[in-house]
Design a protein. Structure first.
Lengths: 884, 436
């Protein structure tokens, strides 16, 4: 197809990582159509040779057992023509009857820019609705609006080097050590070389990132804007403002300062609002005031809030007020979650954007894009943002949705409600590389897409750096590139002539041309200099930071170096901020649930969950709880507890965590119904959103907490993926299959029946049972191969997990070793005696052979030495046989 | 205790002084108990004893447990004869074979044989064993209906089995074996190996019902069925059919089966008559004290013909202990009390390993631990009470039987190792050492 053939042949390939927004360059070694190893690309500016544990495991997550290989219509494989014909006919019929706003696309920061571009073009220009949104809504939307309000454009001012070159690095709501490990490593190295580089972490939790911090300020959740309003007031009081910069390059300072001062008039007021020690707070304020080069990195702790945009602007206000922007080592820096979150923003693949940094607030933009696309059905108003989009699906206003490369059934707030909405939706199309995500399970039509190492196109990381993610393996089965699927679908809708691209580069060129169209330096995103790129240049594109224009053909490391912004008057705008508390305060019997990433997992685990190695660090959903709350709620570390909000439940193992503030718990966001029965954090998150960005408040959900009263617990090892019939299970990938950790409030009446119901095909079982109910263990074999092990107990110690046992799964087990399987250990200190010869004294063949080898020369001496044959004497003929 | 010992020593000195000649020890019976007693006596080197053995069988002492391999042809008869005639001769023991003792004349300290001769003794040992138990079926006095007790029984069966193909009469089965205990199973297995179609009849609902529970009994039945044995369980023969020769059986259930031969192997009855007729104390058998002395100080008894504290014996282990106790007294005048300790049943039926000790049927008061591997034919059951093992039933893999038995007799608290107990000592012992 469109596979660059010279790449297939080569042994090593430079590409990019498919995980976080750092956007690391990856050098993959390929042999026999397999990625055999990966390493960091030495020359890539994002990582300079480094890789984190997720990136280092890319080759171990290549072979998913759940890989989707064929289009599936109502669960049955069909050919592409049938699949797309079905989808297009339904789309057309719904549009004809209910109008274009009755359909929607929900995209992903995992898509490549070219995929994004054609999806956006099809929806907004041809189908005629802006109901196209993306999981970037859950991640970056607040920063986008904050950037646009302050800079007139969604543009990150600095680049990664600024984090190394600064003298004060403030990390706000960012657990960089886990979420952006390579940048964290770069900062750690810089701090090692220049210990005077100060690092401050603002986070309610004491995260792993705090290891690097000179000061950790454990502020009350959601009070970031109070902190920065207080800082702005402090800077003014301390006379630490850059008056010239404010005067020459900004507007709205007085209003912003007045608002800040009115709300947070003093340092003590700031400390009070934020729940911080006033002295520690003062220290950081003084550092900010007294340091010329400051970078403030902000991430989901700021963005995922019902007032995330304001938080971003409160923070940016402080940088503008001190002129700490547009210079090396000085910038507010939004760090994104996904590999191509920014690429999606560039093409405008969001409901409140149009295309290429153009918006619905400008009729000229609409006309310009309409003409450029030769669009017959131009959408002229914003569409529905993610939460509203799925609400409209629930209400039946949207009747068809196409979800690409993302898993909203897990990731949206009130995820259970989203699942129910999808269940009743008239048409759900999912295109993904994995066929059984929680979302794909709800789809009528599932389309197999290519994935990392197969797909080919560009991505943009957090520092505006465009890189090529390369396709170097052929797609398995029927899988196709997302852009191809979209273009063919467009063809079925009758728009084929506008979606005929021989190669990804043709899409890229069109995208680049649109970015430059009538730009004149007014729109931040401009890669016009790449509009005539040839295919070879594209395939081997050197990582480059936009804007890329005739004036800056090698790209642009930093924006705003000349103090000019993308606003109509060229000035940055201060935004007066009235800081707000989170949307819901906890009731007296509730705690606040915070959500976030763990080190080794990515999003909903559909890729990282398949590598045993990546479940070694944390393998089960958990709840970090402050010791005082453990006492208060009667919890036990290591036991399960249940968080509740309305009907939704999150089951997790209690971890005692002094890193938590009292009254607040933390849970990982990754688990979903593929990896645990009821441990989807977002089921509990309320669908409260920022009114400006539409981004949900994932970081602050009042929940109840109570211990889970279990009747039994245990584990199940299984070569096959199943759904155990019990109240709690969490799945852990092993080399030979899966481990399920289990617990339930009720004991099954018959354990073997419980097991056989899960594995009706297995007939070869061995088990131990206990009428006292303390334990039950069983193992199932298929042709001698260990396929299932169940171990349960009513106490907490009688079903211990054993690494040795896990290694036996999916291996052939000798008949003698079946005891060991149920014991869970190979056994020690007792030799295998062989077949029993002397029944009376239980003397085995091997023991006898050994005694003979040691010098026993007759049946009589054997009897003296090891007693065999000296009781009933029945074995004496057999013993004689040893001497023949 | 010390007091008694002194008296015994005193008496011994008196005997030694008065009768300066060797003491005549007469052993009646030449089965396994007698054979073992001889071994124990010789081991002690007893020059003061002049030993005579009278046996009604022609051979020297042989291993009765091995009759079934002989029947099956796995072992030859000479191989199970531990003591051929030469053995007695070489050791200066007088061996009177093929002779039965009719009566004991205690006053004269002699025995009367069926041949009419009398043998004097200074000390007499009764080791006359037992005989096959009878069953309450009618018409048992038929040709081709055997017991399974002696080499002679086996000879007859072998002879018949050898010729059964020549008798072309169509029957439901070739051999009908009565009794699903150890003896019956062995007889059935031996005959099956000879190529006969065998049907085993057992009164209980499962085999070896005194040692196994129904599950283990079921496992055993399954294994034996694969070896060509049919079973009629929960039924009994009401009457045998045939006028001179056995032709079949009618069952209490009304079932009828025709056959060519039958074996009754339902158990044993102690041969108590010789002793009790002479006025020795005893009810079910000849009563002995814990040094194997009967109510007559010149007469001792061992083996299946004795009764100790109301118990009779059928397994070799306690009988071996009896031999030790008696040999210590006769040779060394040492008192080694016989203790009727619990004995595990370790059976090797037809190549299938079984082990049973203590209780074998699960009751409400028990905590029951079970290991079960249907494919490998392994079943293990431990019955616990107050965290102590009170019962062991092992089928198919008996390697840890002795260990369980030791824990049972030592009343060891096994609660801490319960989950690993059934997997064997390789696992729960390892746990012990780790914990330590």
């Amino acid at each position: 197809m469109s596979m660059p053939e010279q790449l297939i042949a080569s042994d090593t390939v430079n590409t990019t990582c498919c995980y976080c927004g750092v956007g690391c360059g990856v050098t993959a070694t390929v042999a026999n159509q397999q990625v055999v190893s990966v390493s960091g690309h030495q020359q890539h500016p994002a990582n300079k040779g480094r890789l984190c544990v997720k990136g280092s495991s890319l080759h171990e997550t290549q072979q998913s057992p759940d890989r989707l290989l064929s289009p599936m219509l109502h669960g049955e494989p069909v050919d592409w023509d049938t699949a797309l014909g079905y989808g297009a006919d339904k789309f057309r019929a719904i549009i004809e009857e209910h109008g274009p706003d009755a359909v929607a696309f929900y995209l992903s920061g995992q898509l490549l820019t070219e995929d994004y571009y054609v999806a956006n073009k099809l929806m907004k220009g041809f189908i005629g609705t802006a109901n196209i949104d993306t999981n970037s809504r859950l991640c970056m939307a607040s920063a986008v609006v904050a950037h646009k309000r302050a800079f007139g454009s969604d543009a990150v001012p600095g680049c990664y080097e600024d984090l190394e070159q600064t003298d004060l690095l403030i990390l706000v709501g960012s657990n960089m050590a886990y979420a952006h490990p390579v940048i964290y490593q770069r900062v750690a190295k810089a701090k090692e070389e220049r210990p005077e580089l100060k690092v401050v972490v603002l986070d309610p939790r004491r995260t792993a990132t705090c290891e690097l911090a000179d000061v950790h300020l454990p502020l009350r959740p959601g009070t970031d804007a109070f902190f920065f309003n207080g800082l702005l007031n402090f800077l003014a009081e301390q006379n630490s403002l850059d008056a010239a910069f404010i005067r020459d390059h900004c507007t709205g300072f007085d209003e912003a300062l007045a608002a800040a001062r009115a709300q947070v008039p003093s340092l003590n007021a700031a400390a009070g609002h934020c729940g911080l020690d006033a002295q520690e707070l003062a220290q950081v304020y003084h550092w900010f005031a007294g340091t010329d080069k400051v970078v403030t990195v902000f991430s989901q702790g700021v963005n995922q809030s019902s007032s995330g945009v304001d938080k971003g602007n409160a923070l940016i206000n402080c940088h503008l007020a001190t002129g700490k922007i547009g210079r090396p080592g000085a910038a507010p820096f939004s760090i994104t979650g996904q590999p191509n979150a920014m690429g999606g923003r560039e093409v405008g693949g969001l409901a409140n954007q149009l295309a290429a940094h153009m918006g619905y607030d400008n009729p000229d933009d609409i006309a310009r894009v309409e003409a450029f696309w030769q669009a017959p059905n131009m959408a002229r108003k914003e569409g529905l943002k993610a939460v509203d989009m799925f609400r409209a699906i629930e209400e039946g206003k949207i009747k068809a949705v196409w979800i690409m490369a993302t898993n909203p059934a897990v990731t949206l707030p009130e995820a259970g409600r989203v699942r129910r909405a999808l269940e009743q939706c008239e048409l759900v199309i999912v295109s993904d590389c994995i066929g059984n995500t929680d979302t794909a399970k709800l789809a009528h039509l599932v389309l197999p897409a290519t994935t990392w190492s197969e797909k080919h196109g560009t991505v943009t990381n957090s520092e505006r750096c465009i890189s090529v993610q390369k396709g170097f393996l052929s797609a398995p089965g029927e899988a196709r590139h997302d852009w191809q699927i979209i273009c063919e679908f467009a063809g079925k809708l009758g728009y084929g002539e506008h979606f005929t691209y021989p190669h990804q580069v043709d899409i890229f060129r069109e995208h680049a041309a649109l970015s430059a169209l009538d730009n004149n330096g007014q729109r931040g995103f401009n890669i016009g200099a790449l509009a005539a790129i040839d295919r070879a240049e594209y395939d081997n594109l050197r990582p480059i930071r936009w804007p890329v224009t005739t004036e800056a053909p090698a790209g642009t490391d930093r924006l705003f170096t000349d103090g000019r912004f993308f606003t109509p008057d060229g000035r940055a705008r201060f935004v007066p901020i009235q800081a707000k508390a989170p949307g819901l305060a906890p009731a007296p019997d509730q705690v606040v649930m915070n959500t976030g990433r763990i080190r080794d997992q990515w999003h909903t685990m559909s890729r990282t969950g398949t590598a045993a190695k990546l479940l070694g660090h944390v393998d089960e959903p958990y709840i970090d709880v402050h010791p005082a709350d453990i006492q208060r709620f009667g919890l036990t570390p290591g036991d399960l507890a249940i968080l509740g909000n309305g009907q939704a439940r999150y089951y997790g193992r209690v971890k005692e965590a002094a890193s938590q503030r009292q009254g607040e718990v933390f849970v990982p966001m990754h688990w979903n119904q593929k990896y645990a029965l009821a441990s989807c954090a977002d089921d509990l998150v309320n669908a409260l959103v920022d009114p400006l960005s539409g981004q949900p408040e994932f970081k602050h959900t009042p929940v109840t907490v109570k211990p889970f009263t279990q009747a039994w617990n245990g584990f199940l090892l299984s070569t096959g993926d199943i759904a155990p019939a019990c109240e709690y299970w969490a799945k852990i990938t092993l080399a030979g299959g899966y481990k399920f950790r289990l617990a339930d409030g009720r004991l099954p009446e018959d354990w073997l029946a419980w097991l056989k119901a899960l594995y009706p095909a297995i007939t070869d079982w061995v088990r131990v049972s206990d009428s006292g109910g303390q334990f039950f263990r069983a193992a199932g074999f298929i042709d001698g191969v260990l396929s299932v092990v169940l171990s349960t107990a009513t106490d907490k110690k009688s079903a211990p997990e054993m690494r040795w046992l896990e290694d036996q799964l999916n291996t052939r087990i000798d008949a003698n070793a079946r005891f060991a399987i149920l014991a869970g250990t190979p056994g020690a200190g007792v030799e295998d005696v062989g077949a029993i010869i002397c029944s009376c004294f239980q003397v085995g063949e091997k023991t006898i052979e050994k005694a003979i080898a040691d010098g026993c020369g007759s049946v009589e001496t054997l009897g003296e030495r090891i007693k065999c044959g000296t009781n009933c004497g029945s074995c004496i003929p057999e013993l004689k046989g040893f001497f023949k | 205790m010390v007091q008694i010992l002194k008296v015994v020593v005193h008496e011994h000195q008196k005997v030694a002084v008065v009768a300066h000649t060797r003491k005549r020890l007469l052993i009646v019976g030449n089965g396994m108990a007698a054979g073992r007693l001889l071994d124990e006596l010789l081991k002690r080197g007893c020059p003061q004893l002049e030993i005579t053995v009278i046996g009604d069988e022609r051979q020297g002492s042989y291993n009765r447990i091995m009759l079934s391999p002989v029947l099956a042809g796995e072992t030859r008869a000479p191989d199970i004869i531990g003591k051929p005639s030469s053995w007695y001769r070489d050791r200066g023991i007088r061996f009177v074979s093929g002779v039965q003792v009719k009566a004991i004349e205690r006053e004269q300290q002699c025995v009367l044989t069926t041949e009419g001769s009398r043998l004097r003794y200074d000390h007499l040992v009764l080791a006359v064993g037992s005989r096959p138990a009878t069953i309450p079926a009618e018409n048992q006095d038929l040709g081709n209906l055997f017991s399974f007790r002696t080499l002679r029984d086996v000879d007859k069966l072998l002879n018949l089995a050898r010729f059964h193909h020549l008798h072309g009469r169509q029957t439901d089965t070739d051999a009908l074996v009565i009794g699903g205990g150890l003896l019956g199973l062995e007889a059935a297995y031996g005959l099956a190996l000879k190529g006969l179609r065998v049907t085993l009849v057992h009164r209980s609902g499962w085999l070896l019902n005194r040692q196994l529970d129904d599950t283990a009994g079921g496992f055993l039945k399954q294994v034996l069925e694969q070896k060509g044995i049919d079973f009629v369980l929960s039924d009994e023969v009401a009457r045998f059919t045939g006028s001179h020769q056995l032709t079949g059986a009618m069952f209490k259930s009304g079932r009828q089966l025709s056959c060519k031969l039958g074996v009754i192997a339902t158990g044993i009855t102690p041969n108590k008559e010789l002793g009790l007729a002479a006025g020795l104390a005893g009810e079910r058998a000849v009563a002995v004290d814990d040094t194997m002395a009967t109510s007559d100080q010149h007469i001792s008894a061992i083996g299946e013909c004795v009764e100790f504290n109301g118990e009779t014996f059928g397994l070799v282990e306690p009988i071996w202990q009896q031999c030790i106790s008696l040999a210590d007294r006769l040779c060394d005048n040492t008192r080694t009390p016989f203790v009727n300790a619990p004995v595990p049943t370790k059976l090797k039926v037809s190549g299938v390993n079984l082990f049973s000790a203590g209780e074998h049927l699960t009751k409400a008061e028990h905590r029951e631990l079970i290991y079960r591997d249907d494919n490998a034919g392994i079943y293990r059951k431990l019955l616990l009470k107050d965290n102590r093992i009170v019962g062991v039933v092992l089928f198919g893999d008996t390697r840890d039987g002795q260990d369980y038995f030791a824990m049972m007799t030592e009343k060891q608290d096994v609660s801490a190792i319960a989950p690993l107990l059934l997997m064997g000592r390789a696992f729960y012992r390892a746990e012990d050492s780790e914990a330590a």
